[in-house]
Design a protein around this ligand. Sequence first.
Ligand SMILES: [Cu+2]
Length: 490
Amino acid sequence: MVAAGLVASAASRVPAEASMTDHGVLDYGGGDAGGAEHDGHHAGVDISTLTGPADRTPDRRFALDARAARVTLASGERVDAWTFNGTLPGPELRVRQGELVEVTLTNADVPAGVTVHWHGVNVPNAEDGVAGLTQDAVRPAGRHVYRFVAEQTGTFWYHSHQQSNDQVRRGLFGALVVEPRTAAAGTDLVVLAHAWSTSHDDRDGWTSALSVAAATPSTGTVRRQVTPGTRVRLRLVNADNEPRVHALAGAPFRVTAIDGNDVAGPTDLTGRALLVAGGGRYDVELTMPAGPVQLTLTRDTNGRGSPAVLLSPDGLGELRHAPPGDVLDPAAYGSPTDLPYGADSAFDRTFTLLLGETIGFYNGRPGQWTTINGGVYPDTPVLAVAQGDLVKVTILNRGFEDHPMHLHGHHMLVLSRDGRAATGSPWWTDTLNVAPGERYEVAFRADNPGLWMDHCHNLEHAAEGMTTHLMYLGYHTPHRVGPDTGNQPE
Ligand SMILES: [Cu+2]
């Protein structure tokens, strides 16, 4: 496998201009080719017709303006950022389930152009915000309007999907929350983790920080006053490349949602650590006790301790942390419920994604590259499906780095982890951290037609070629990708 990877990556070069579906080998997953071998993949439905409702008046309108800004963190460190609306992170967008959301994206001065991808929201394909696949990047002075109905409740985020490795690192992202039609009472806070490239006293470095409710990121402890007895919901969003381990002390808590999907029958946890995949989200709920509660980003010291959020009745106090316990395994948490399909279902297509690393040349540059089935984009397999198919994907990590695999436009049901069937609440995910040596089986229904990215959300890895696509047979894109087109999604 290593030898095959060397050969594949040695030959890999991103074409200057191409259609994103013209890469790799079409993998039909054991299913029907749907006539694709005759008419190629340029016939059929143009995905730019797959928009949200265009003829109704939106319930909510937002404007996001991409622009350069220099932002100073509370610690004094400066970030030379690209922002939405001048702030880090971008504004928190909160909507209600069922609302038609319209977002107008403009670009003041980000030279490479920008897009907005709605991470975890199963929008119609043309609204997915991937440069070169579902739209062209929005150049300075340009604009693009997104429309979608917020059908799923939960915690999501949005970010640019043009040169995403660079642009997300520099701040082009924010939180998106879809509240139920009747919002729950209590305190509801988005806590967003990210590692920032900073400069301070002429020294450059990286610093991990937490942003609470879209406030400027803090490398220290953020304090909030909360009355005892209040229901508290913390919406953890990991906008970083690496998995982030969160610890919560001071009260028993429950994980009530993962990647915007409610957990069934969540039970009280004490001292368990929570690993949130790069790009993933966990919702945590607790009842505020008489003393302080502290959420800490562990294993993540930045020279002054770890970023943390402290809730207490008077906004004061300290909490000494016991070392965090074992990491919660969502495959064995909560209660099973009826499922539309499971491990015993008859699958229309089955795929295997083997994740790893290889040494070789990519775009003429020597280095270590992250691979899918031994290849780097464009030499990765395209997963071809037909609308309505039930699909199973086995993902194995034979490498030595975490790979948070993100499928656009769909949620995946975890069937098994390392050969053991999932026993807890149905675990639906859009961003699954696959650690070195791990093996997952996941399933999804192909019920959102179009062309979708399926890639590692360590965006550095994606830029290094760890990206492929889910292609519905009979759909094609008019957009082009590659350096000569100005569209470079990773
Ligand atoms: Cu990766």
